[in-house]
Ligand binder design. Sequence first.
Ligand code: ARG
Length: 458
Amino acid sequence: MAKLWDKGYELDAVVERFTVGRDHILDRELIPADAMASIAHARMLARVGIIPDGEAAAIERELRTIAADALRREIAIERADEDGHTVIEARLIERLGDAGKKVHTGRSRNDQVTAATRLYTRAALLDISNAGRRLVELLLRRAQEEARTVMPGRTHLQIAMLSTFGLWLASWAEQLLDDLELLAAVADLNDRSPLGSAASYGTPLPLDREFVADLLGFRGIQNNVLAVQHSRGVLDGRIAEALAGVSTTLGRMAQDLIIFSLPEIGYVRLPEDLCSGSSIMPQKRNPDILELLRARAGTVDGYATQCRNVVRSLPSGYNRDLQDTKEPLMRALAAVEESLIVSETLVSRLTPDRDRMRGALNSEVFATDYAYRLVEEGVPFREAYRRAAAEYRDQAMPDPDEALDRRRSTGTPGTLNLEAARDRLAAVGTRSQAIANRHDAAVAALLGEGVTLRPQSE
Ligand code: ARG
């Protein structure tokens, strides 16, 4: 297939392998999104009178077939094709002749790849937000069930004060809500149309950028055409960073569960079918799922670092370096979505051993409570602290349920205030739904009812 920039010479094979990199593989994921953006672009070209309506309609029909083929994974991109944009344009020209040769009018691959990436990312972030919110909801539901399941809370990993399994579960729900709110902020930055920025400086054609943005369901255009190119890579990095926040939370939750499920501790049990065995030690049931959730936090953070370092000192305007932020972004999206889905299985199937948790309580856990009892009797805190340090071992352990009832201020083990988290969950859901409504309507209008932008996983 001829390259888009073909001027009658062959690229050196070693250079071609190097410059194409993994684009011919990655772009397979982006073809439906690329086709969608091209349909909007063609409709706009017809509207402003640059191409005839009939040609735009023919381009649109062919692009819909291309998207459908790509979703079934029936479109191949060879290294010699260079990228998905080339394959799409070549097929349009093969099927439509001159009409196909007009689709690239007023566009560069630079705004084309950014548009496709943003649409693909928008779809992926919506799926991630859905999975994230399902997990938060599950954590909150389980927190409610375990609101009175007393256990030792730890600091420095050592036994500290009275806690509940409910407090622990809800804490991860609330941390995930922080992560999802940050993700919603980067989703808003992503949700702007780059089209019309062309190579970095716009074009002298009367392109209607707002019309294209509207067709694609973006909340608007990204205004400055040069800023569009500057945000590529930077935005990829910010999205990956926000995703790393999610995977960090999941990794830390997993770390606690590794400890909680140690046979010596035994606060929770993992069902057998979630654990792998050892090839040598017959007795082993290993929490590999938890360890890999922990590892993914570092991996995803690495993707963010990769994006940040690629753009760190680029001069203004498009630079080919930006191609190298595509893969880390796509990998970060895939890794976090998978981690959320796995975490949902994990959290739904954990069995707490309530007796083991309760049995781990001892007078140490209540040393601080003892100091506060003295405070309530009028002893100044610092004095009560010293007395409690000397005396707590000799005190009868208080009734944990009564001790729990005494914790009445908001957000404490006795008063989880799960409603506050539920309100935030609803708000983050509303925000995501607003994007989803625009996204789904645009995909349906341009590619067809029931079409998604993400090819089935291989
Ligand atoms: N694969 C390229 C990228 O991701 C497509 C854009 C190529 N543009 C160019 N001017 N060579 O950036």
